[in-house]
Design a protein around this ligand. Structure first.
Ligand code: ADP
Ligand code: MG
Length: 292
């Protein structure tokens, strides 16, 4: 049962904001091939999560979309314009690690980002305070990062990205360093926050539950070099609430994604489960250690 009306619907793909066209990529002149012919259109106001085995190339793809890394072949268009480098006026970032300046207060951190973006001085403080208010940190604006919890620091990073008022926000495992309860709660907050905005979000996560809870579509990547293995639509209105998380539909989607990922993860990490895959669990068989 939904406690709130639908604010944000899954957008029509007619209005494409991000277009990834046949992107392949290798680090160090082909030594580490990371992306294999990735093509993906993302609609205005859409929330897309990228999920895949560790090291497959998710961050690389996100960084290519954001203009921090150049593709080896292919291109990315944002609002129809080719991305050839960082575009702080149109694309905001939230990273996994805390990227706040430790010597500045929270509000100064946001003001500095606005200054880098070229926002006129008279507007900076008001916009920074409004963004901090938006994420529930108004009372902590004069605190230093070390005085905040991990969850609050990530909220401050989100406020900084929101203050930049870009249409696109890219997030690389923004909650990965947090404990499970905090990240679940922040996920709920994010769902509410994003329901009010028309922002287009691409987020890398390794959490299946987080991907299903937040996304309009979950893009499942293969083992490196990453290609798109499958795209799962999550047809549930935003903002999402804990009822969704406890529904059979949520579990079905989560299981479907895990089934898709499992082979890719096995290729990446190997291990006992793959080697003992022939066993019959219903007979209580246990994994067998294979010594090579
Ligand atoms: P993911 O985010 O999916 O965990 P990444 O995109 O960070 O994966 O990395 C993909 C692969 O590229 C990994 O094998 C990683 O070690 C390698 N890699 C990442 N960054 C660099 C770099 N700057 N130079 C060389 N290799 C890199
Ligand atoms: Mg990564």
């Amino acid at each position: 049962m939904l406690m709130n009306p639908t604010v944000r619907k899954a957008p029509a793909l007619a209005d494409v904001v991000i277009s990834v066209k046949n992107v392949s990529h290798a680090y160090a002149q082909g030594a580490v091939k990371t992306l294999n012919d990735v093509s993906l259109d993302i609609g205005r106001g859409e929330m897309v999560c990228l999920i895949g085995p560790s090291g497959c190339g998710k961050s690389t793809l996100l960084n290519i979309i954001g203009g921090l890394v150049a593709p080896s072949t292919g291109e990315v268009l944002v609002d129809g314009k080719a991305i050839n480098g960082p575009s702080p006026k149109s694309i905001g970032f939230v990273f996994q690690e805390n990227t706040l300046f430790p010597w500045s207060t929270i509000v100064e951190n946001v003001v500095t980002a606005l200054e880098f973006q070229g926002v006129p001085k008279a507007e900076r403080l008001g916009r920074a305070q409004a963004a901090l208010d938006n994420v529930g940190l108004a009372d902590f604006r004069n605190s230093y990062p070390h005085q905040l919890s991990g969850g609050m620091k990530q909220r401050a990073s989100l406020a900084r990205a929101l203050a930049l008022e870009t249409d696109v926000i890219l997030m690389d495992e923004p909650f990965a360093a947090l404990d499970e309860q905090t990240r679940t709660y922040l996920g709920e907050e994010l769902s509410y926050l994003l329901a009010d905005t028309k922002k287009t979000i691409v987020m890398v996560t390794h959490s299946l539950g987080e991907a299903v809870f937040l996304s309009d579509r979950v893009v499942v990547m293969t083992a490196r070099p990453a290609a798109i293995k499958s795209i799962i639509e999550v047809d549930y209105p935003h903002p999402r609430d804990p009822d969704f998380m406890m529904s059979p539909h949520f579990s079905e989607l989560r299981n479907e994604i895990y089934a898709l990922l499992r082979d890719e993860i096995r290729q990446t990490v190997g291990g006992l489960v793959g080697r003992a895959a022939g066993r019959d669990r219903s007979k209580g068989d246990r994994p067998v250690r294979v010594v090579e």
